[in-house]
Design a protein. Sequence first.
Length: 253
Amino acid sequence: MTALICCLALVSCKKEETNNNGNNDNTNPQTTGTVVSNAVTDIDGNHYNAVWIGGKLWMKENLRTTKFPDGTNIELGHHTNNYESLRFAPNSDESIVSTYGYLYNWLAVMHGSSSSNANPSGVQGICPNGWHVPSEAEWKQMLDYVNSQTEYRSGGYNLYIAKALASKTGWQTSTDPYTVGNNQSANDAIGFSAYPAGFALSDPAFFGTHARFWSSTESSDNAFSPYLFYNYGSVNYDNKRKDYASSVRCVRD
């Protein structure tokens, strides 16, 4: 079985709260796995469902806005860099953005905010009003919570929580038991639905094999970035160069 770097898990019965105004007004933490429909709407009018995990409400879809909350356009890039805010279509295919979201470089994610490892981060950045970019501390808290719930561990193995967070479709197939790409219909017990949008080095790549996310926490020229890989049972993380482009999930304030 492939070795892990750092990990954690999730799952639960997925109850659903309906919401008709685009922004959920319920501030009381709900049961992990409870889905909130139309929890938030971005400036483009895109609606996002969200899911409660460990007492926090996380987007269960990748961000797909083309504008910052102040209305400024985010340019569609062709090659990544670290001096302009850019977005990229996963696999260079605009037709899949509705499912996989856009990939953004870290400059776009932060939108002029300073790095933060606070919990909560306090960094709105690219996120809709009332939501924020999760910090390294918030990501690790969520993953630690999931791993603490043994029912979310694939095969009962410590740290093997990636399947509980991964989407049920889109992954490259793996023959390794307990990994994201194996028996994909058993994925997504919690409802986080991490889609393998890949990430961009110079151009979008790794579609179908990686679901990589940004945080608000920098480390020199890099920033903390958790990721799922089709052939891993764990959720791993590292510090990725800021000119890379990855998916974004926001957390409600």
